[in-house]
Design a protein around this ligand. Structure first.
Ligand code: GLA
Length: 579
């Protein structure tokens, strides 16, 4: 049984449920990867099975938002479809042409159906979809699971099946489902997104479901059982600062505990971390465009172009259709590259590929020119290895135990393929074991004994106040707990195992001045009334500590929050109880 459970864990991390079900049937193993959101086992060839076999490599396409925001019309979009073909992008693998926010009229019709803006889309969506399909492309659309989209156009809340049926009728192949205003619709994200998955399947037309939930951690609550990709960052912008921030939401520790080394262990065929759409063509130089693109490819990120394809330069096009670079993103092994070195200015990423070689990215983010080196022992190789430069499409010869990119200017990089094809697959680093981040044991679990699976703003300190000194509230020291400063949130994976959460909250005695803090406990979602389980009210340094005792039966992911400006907010003794 132990072996079967371990095997199931490995399989769950590698396959979508449909593929998993087939494999599990062969091996006589249980198939459900996570409780609650898991779909039923699907019948081969059914819409459900097809749905779960979409996006086995990261989706590639174009989306209207980064370049046009809401200013879209059918003429522009047809022009983009034409340019996707003429530029060679379609043939390079870009399939999906996705209309983002702004395509709708501001009212539904008398039957409650969504209506495309009549002035800008006079021929209607079916005609546009037919045109896009006639070009050998696929059609994608944007909606929101709240009552309104972010542009305040009609959202799909309470029209879920009706809208999915309409999209199916129009021939939609890809749905980007946003989350503006969803925090007040009374459903947690996990249940809400599962409704749309089920409605899509019921519509009879499999569509890729892109979860646009900002930085909220779909990877932690079973988003991989629901959709095919999920956002890890706030909106990207046309600057390298923004590109690096978005990359680090998935490759760094901006949203997850540093022990994970980014989110690579949560991605794989059919389930992708999405650091947002591309700004290639919108940045300052070809060098920046290339570095942004190479970063997305090493991270196995979805490649949704976001520039005006009708007027792009030849050099921008050459970045977007660079075959050897795209192949790294689309490698069927589906490993998200991870950092093997990061000193703040210089980074080295590794992405083991399906042919036994490794893609390596050497990056200089710093202000000065620099040499950046990868050593074979950082990427699991030994002895002389052939090295190929993927932008230059040139073999550089064999190197003994390292490769150095000399004198890289700021924002420049080298993208290499190292090793001989045909050898056995290179091993991956050890993923963080579930016991380190999920409540599993019986009895009592201190949250400070688990890695958080998501955080917002400042990361909490473990078993100390935020300044690294012992946790003390009104003279009482606490050996265990979490120390926040100012405004912060951290999510812990209870996995539905616990029934009670206990803690003592209050400002640390080292807090200065008259700042105050409000302590909240939330179920899964970082904002909104639906997820709120406890609210301490405003507490000052003089306030007596409060004992928190909350029923957390069935809670998958628990968020501890401190809402203050500079106060040192302590969750002392934070613990959950299991049966
Ligand atoms: C949010 C999303 C963006 C875009 C806009 C549309 O900000 O994150 O990608 O879809 O909404 O309004």
């Amino acid at each position: 049984m132990l072996a079967a459970t371990a095997m199931k864990r490995i399989l769950c991390s590698l396959f979508k449920p449909a593929a998993l079900a087939a494999l599990a049937a062969l091996l006589l193993l249980p198939t459900s990867c996570s409780a609650g959101v898991a779909p039923k086992t699907s019948v081969p060839g059914s819409t459900e099975a097809l749905y779960h076999s979409l996006a086995m490599t990261p989706p590639m396409g174009w989306n209207s938002w980064n370049v046009f925001q809401g200013k879209i019309d059918e003429e522009k979009i047809r022009g983009i479809a034409d340019a996707m073909v003429a530029s060679g992008m379609r043939d390079a693998g870009y399939q999906y042409l996705v209309l983002d926010d702004g395509w709708m009229a501001d009212q539904r019709d008398s039957a409650g159906n969504l209506v495309p803006d009549p002035a800008r889309f006079p021929s209607g969506m079916k005609a546009l979809a037919d045109y896009i399909h006639s070009k050998g492309l696929k059609f994608g659309i944007y909606e929101d699971r709240g009552h309104s989209t972010c542009m305040k156009l009609p959202g799909s809340f309470q029209h879920e099946q009706q809208d999915m049926n309409l999209f199916a009728q129009w021939g939609v192949d890809y749905l980007k489902l946003d989350s503006c205003y969803a925090e007040i619709n009374g459903r947690l994200s996990t249940a809400d997104y599962a409704v749309y998955r089920d409605c899509i399947i019921k519509s009879g037309r499999p569509m890729i479901l892109s979860l646009a939930n900002y930085t909220d951690p779909s990877w932690a609550w079973g988003g991989d059982q629901i959709g095919h990709l999920w956002r890890t960052s706030y909106d990207i912008g046309p600057s390298m600062g923004s590109v690096y921030y978005c990359a680090d939401t998935t490759a760094g520790d901006i949203v997850i505990h540093p022990a994970f080394n980014g989110l690579w262990q949560f991605a794989g065929p059919g389930r992708w971390n999405d650091p947002d759409m591309l700004e290639v063509g919108n940045l300052q130089s070809d060098r920046e465009n290339r570095t942004h693109f190479a970063l997305w490819c090493i991270l196995a990120a979805p490649l949704m172009a976001g520039n005006d394809l009708r007027s792009m330069t030849d050099s921008t096009r050459d970045v977007l259709i660079a075959q050897e670079v795209i192949k790294i993103d689309q490698d069927p092994r589906g490993i998200q590259g991870y950092k093997v070195y990061d000193d703040g200015d210089h980074e080295v990423y590794s992405k083991p590929l399906s042919d036994g070689t490794t893609a390596v990215l050497l990056l200089n983010k710093g202000d000065n020119n620099a040499d950046v080196t990868v050593s074979w022992n950082q990427i699991g190789l030994k002895g002389p290895q052939p090295v190929r430069d993927l932008w230059k499409r040139k073999d550089l010869g064999a190197y003994t135990d390292r490769f150095t990119a000399r004198d890289l200017p700021q924002h420049d990089h080298r993208l290499l393929k190292i090793g001989t094809a045909g050898r056995e697959l290179l091993p991956l680093p050890k993923p963080v074991a579930p016991a380190k981040y999920m409540v599993a044991s019986h009895g009592k679990t201190y949250l400070s004994d688990l890695y958080y699976v998501w955080r917002s703003r400042e990361a909490p300190r473990y078993n100390s106040n935020f300044e690294g000194r012992p946790l003390v509230i009104r003279g009482n020291p606490y050996a265990r707990g979490l120390g926040f400063k100012g405004h912060g949130q951290a999510m812990f994976k209870l996995n539905g195992r616990a029934h009670r959460f206990h803690a003592v909250v209050g400002l640390d005695d080292a807090s200065q001045g008259d700042d105050s803090c409000r302590f909240k406990v939330r179920n899964l979602d970082p904002i909104g009334p639906t997820s709120l389980l406890y609210d301490s009210g405003q507490m000052t340094r003089e306030a007596a500590p409060k004992t928190v005792d909350v029923d957390v039966t069935g809670v998958d992911c628990l968020i501890l929050e401190c809402e203050g400006k500079k106060a040192l907010g302590n969750w002392a003794d934070a613990q959950v109880l299991t049966d």
